[in-house]
Design a protein around this ligand. Structure first.
Ligand SMILES: Nc1ncnc2c1ncn2[C@@H]1O[C@H](COP(=O)(O)OP(=O)(O)OP(=O)(O)O)[C@@H](O)[C@H]1O
Length: 290
């Protein structure tokens, strides 16, 4: 085992909140301000195996950050650490810290559910509750978190989340039909709408379009641009054109020859694609490996 693999979850000792790196920008229409997510010195293990080594990344408020890199370099692991899902794996350990607007999400005094509420996740494979209606799917997060609201408030929420998820026009006349009856692209947008219903401040997306056709992919990408006005987005993608189209900044992960994943280079997406500083980034974004 690595000699520095000493920490177990929760890895980060309780610490006073740090001020955010920059003032939070106000959200539209009185919504919660846009949030900055900062990961510092993240090291992760599965059992004895270290899979990430001191990865640091600031994901700016209202930005879309794309995590790119070859298979197995730790992108999904890093993403799952950002909302405390890594700890669901029994052998998983981590060190480092994750701060949402300066607040340590691994602070033992904080509730896990609050971190997951604030930092939502959309997965590679659309996972609506198939037998539940479209409406119930959108509201499922409220049920799970025990949030009660009058019918009219729920109706408004269903409409606004489906609108933000780019699905309202297609489903407004069949809200009581099962979620499982939608196409794959529609199901993924339903999952986005479901995530939005609990008003996350960050949305993590793990290859959200990899199971979708080009038309559905384009709709989701347009949706992401709209959503970035009110949530900070972090997306894992293998599709370099998608990273170039949707993201404002990119982080290139690499785990060479069995070593743990690191970030080789990160920064403005256009600069990363047009004038990468590292030769390995250039080779990857130009399709020479991976
Ligand atoms: N539950 C797990 N148990 C043990 N090892 C795991 C587990 N999940 C991931 N790993 C290992 O951790 C490393 C990083 O995996 P991860 O899925 O984060 O990479 P990735 O860059 O997202 O890959 P891909 O692009 O193929 O999804 C890999 O070597 C993988 O085998």
């Amino acid at each position: 085992m690595d000699t520095d693999a000493t920490s177990v979850l929760p890895a980060v000792p309780a610490a006073p909140s740090l001020p955010a790196g920059r003032p939070a920008a106000p959200g539209p229409g009185g919504a919660a301000p846009l949030a900055e997510l900062v990961a510092r010195d993240i090291t992760a293990w599965f059992g004895q195996r270290k899979v990430l080594d001191r990865v640091s990344l600031t994901m700016p408020a209202g930005g879309i950050t794309a995590l790119i890199g070859p298979s197995g370099c730790g992108k999904s692991t890093f993403l799952r650490i950002l909302n405390r899902m890594h700890e669901l794996v029994p052998s998983a350990q981590l060190a480092g810290e994750v701060r949402l607007d300066g607040e340590d999400i691994y602070d033992p005094a904080k509730r896990l559910i609050d971190a997951r509420r604030a930092i939502g996740m959309v997965f590679q494979k659309p996972n609506p509750f198939p037998a539940m209606s479209i409406r119930e799917n959108v509201l499922a997060g409220l049920r799970l978190t025990g949030t009660r609201a009058p019918r009219s408030v729920k109706d408004d929420l269903v409409e606004s989340c489906l609108t933000k998820g780019g699905l309202w026009q297609e489903v407004k006349d069949r809200l009581d039909s099962p979620g499982g009856g939608l196409s794959g692209g529609q199901q993924q947008r339903l999952c986005i709408a479901r995530s939005l219903a609990i008003k996350p401040r960050v949305l993590l997306m793990d290859e959200p379009c990899s199971a979708l056709d080009p038309t559905s992919t384009r709709v989701i990408e347009e949706t992401m641009h709209e959503l970035a006005r009110e949530v900070t987005i972090v997306i894992v993608t293998h599709n370099m054109q998608q990273a170039a189209r949707v993201s404002s900044q990119c982080a290139f992960f690499l785990a060479s020859h069995g070593t743990p994943g690191v970030i080789v280079e990160h920064g403005d997406t256009r600069a990363m694609f047009e004038s990468p500083r590292d030769e390995r980034t250039s080779d990857y974004v130009n399709g020479r490996f991976g």
